[in-house]
Structures are given as C-alpha cells and as structure tokens.
Write a protein that binds this ligand. Structure first.
Ligand code: DP6
Length: 341
C-alpha cells in the first residue's frame, strides 16, 4: 500500500456489476464475509455504478449535531441498514489512512437497485476504489478486492475485468478475486431480462446467514471445487454448450438451497419461470441460450455474440418484459474524472 498525499480528498470510481456462474451462497465467516466456497463470474460491461467520495472537515462542521457521513444513492436517501454498511466501509478506509474527516458520498446506478442485478457488488467496488483514492492511498487490485469483499462479498469479483475467480481462502488475506481470462477472450453475452424494478423483499445478506440450514447445503459445498474447475475448463475451451448446461444446473442447485433453507426464500416470479422454460423451447428451435438467476426475479440469459439479436427479438415477444440490458464481458473497476458533485 502506498500513501500519496494530495490536497484534494475527493475521487470518483466507476464499477461494473458481475454475474456469478457459480454462486456465493453461505459463508464460513459472516463478519469477514468469507464465502463457504469459491466462485467464478463474468464482469459486466453495461451494469455500472459511479461513486464520488470526498473527505472534508467541512462535513464535520455542516451538521455538528449529526456528525455522520452523508450518503445519497441516485440523488435520494438510503435505508438505515445500508447506510451503516457504507459508513462501516468508510471506517475501514479511515483506519488504513490517517484521515479522520467525515465523508460525502454520492452514488448512481445505471440500473434498478435491489432487483437481483447485484447493485451491492458494483456499489461496494466503486465505493472501495473511490474512498481509497480520495484518502490518497494506492492499493493493488488484490488489496482492493480484499477490502471490497468486506463491504459486500460479491463486490470483490467486480474489481477485476473479464472472467474472474474468487479464491476460496480461509483468511481475509487469501479470500480475493483475480482475472482468469481477459474480457476479449470469449465473445459471449449476458442478456438481462427485467420483469420488475421493485426491490426484493429479503436481501442476499440475510439469506446467506440461513443457507447452512438447508439439508442439501453440505452436499452442495462438497461439489463446488470440482464445479469451479469445470467452469474454468469450459471457458478456456470456449465450449458454449457444456458451459451453458453447467450454468443452468448450478443456478437451479443454488435455488434448491434458498428454497429449502429455514426460513426459505423464493426469489422467482411467474416471469422468471416462464423465461426459464422458454430457453429450452428456444434451444429446440436451434438457438443456443442458457439461463442463470441470482437473488432476484430478473433472469440472465447467455448467448454467443452472434446470437444476441435473435435472442432479443424472441425476448420482446415475452409477456411482462420491462427492459432488456445486453452485457458483454466488461472492464473492471476504474477511476473517473467526472465527479458527481
Ligand atoms: C446470489 O454479495 O450480495 O448473487 O456479501 O452479504 O453483500 P453480501 O452478499 P452478496 O451475495 C450475492 C449472492 C448471489 C450469488 C453471487 O453473486 O455469487
């Protein structure tokens, strides 16, 4: 870690969301956010969070009765629990630097938050790089990934670009994400079908804590190492059919845990289910397409680059589709000169 003292304690970062091919669900340490298993993901080109952080003595003086960091998302307020998570993350950065000032944080997403599009991943990745840079620190990608992980687990996978592995370390220093293949290695796309922009009822954070109560959890964990090896092999070989089949099997296995944990969680809606079934119909019609779903109603459909147009025109025929977002493998978290305030 390098300290670079600057007079302006302000920085802006842009971070992508990522989609897990193999899912992080359940943790071996809830405080440090150490996952029960390693996971493989793709960094997304078109689901982005931009965050500006400024540390200043002015933010102490402006509200002496309420000496708190000021946080806004998309120009509005933020839920208390979420605000505490952001403040805790700023505290981690203050601890690493010698800055004790409060901060102003403004963040904006180019997609609806809390709908299973992993806004916490891009959100905490952007917050990590913006806050570290505003504090005048320089961290390696590995250090940034470790720090981002402590804000939100999946955020560690949004630091690198392209195809990414979150290593299954047993300590904070060994639990971070690294690039396994660059973004131009394989021309595939994640076409996100959005059915609702409503926030989900139960956050992933709460869901993780009950994962181990599923009677199938241990069986799942026992198979994860091999599954991740298979994902890496199919990506390396650019074997779309094998990759897609494994992608769907893993998504359904992950949801088998959410459905059987106590209390159970059902994230799908009628639209999610109809689209899952539609992928099989489309494959029978000669369009290779495979789905995955996280903790939300919206569904991610994978096709090779050459088939994006065909998939989009099929999706438009589906009832209830509000929006379609096309993602290619994207670049990782980066700094920007365009401050939000
Ligand atoms: C289903 O990273 O949102 O999307 O660490 O509590 O912030 P926290 O959880 P989060 O969990 C993501 C769960 C998932 C699977 C995945 O992205 O691997």
């Amino acid at each position: 870690m390098n300290k670079v003292r600057t007079s302006v304690l302000k920085a802006t970062a842009i971070a992508p969301s990522n989609i897990a091919f193999s899912k992080y669900w359940g943790r071996k340490d809830n405080i440090l956010r150490l996952p029960a298993n390693g996971s493989i993901s793709m960094t997304l080109s078109d689901l982005l969070t931009t965050t500006t952080v400024e540390f200043s003595p002015a933010y102490e003086r402006s509200s002496p009765s309420d000496k708190k960091d000021q946080v806004t998302i998309n120009g509005g307020g933020i839920e208390e629990g979420e605000e505490m998570r952001v403040i805790k993350h700023l505290d981690r950065v203050r601890k690493l630097s010698d800055i004790n000032f409060k901060a102003k944080v403004a963040s904006k997403n180019n997609f609806p938050a809390g709908t299973g599009l992993a806004s916490s991943a891009s959100g905490f990745a952007a917050l990590t790089l913006a806050a570290i840079s505003a504090a005048g620190l320089r961290l390696s990608d590995k250090e940034l990934s470790i720090l981002a992980r402590q804000g939100s687990g999946s955020a560690c996978r949004s630091i690198p670009g392209g195809f990414v592995e979150w290593l299954n370390g047993d300590t904070s220093e060994t639990s971070y994400a690294t690039q396994i293949f660059p973004s131009d290695y394989w021309d595939i796309a994640d076409v996100v079908a959005i059915f609702t922009e409503e926030k989900k009822e139960v956050s992933s954070s709460t869901g993780h804590e009950a994962a181990q109560s599923s009677p199938f959890f241990k069986t799942r964990i026992a198979g994860m190492k091999q599954k991740n090896e298979e994902f890496k092999r199919f990506i390396k070989q650019r074997n779309f059919e094998k990759f897609g089949q494994l992608l769907e099997r893993e998504a359904l296995e992950f949801h088998a845990i959410t459905l059987t944990q106590n209390p159970y969680l059902i994230y799908w809606t009628a639209g999610t289910l109809a689209t899952m079934k539609k992928t099989a119909v489309l494959r029978n019609k000669g369009l290779p397409v495979y789905f995955t779903v996280d903790t939300g109603q919206n569904i991610h459909l994978f096709v090779e680059g050459k088939n994006i147009k065909r998939l989009v025109s099929e999706l438009k025929k589906l009832e209830g589709i509000k929006n379609i977002i096309i993602n290619k493998p994207g670049e990782g978290t980066r700094l920007s000169e365009n401050h939000l305030f």
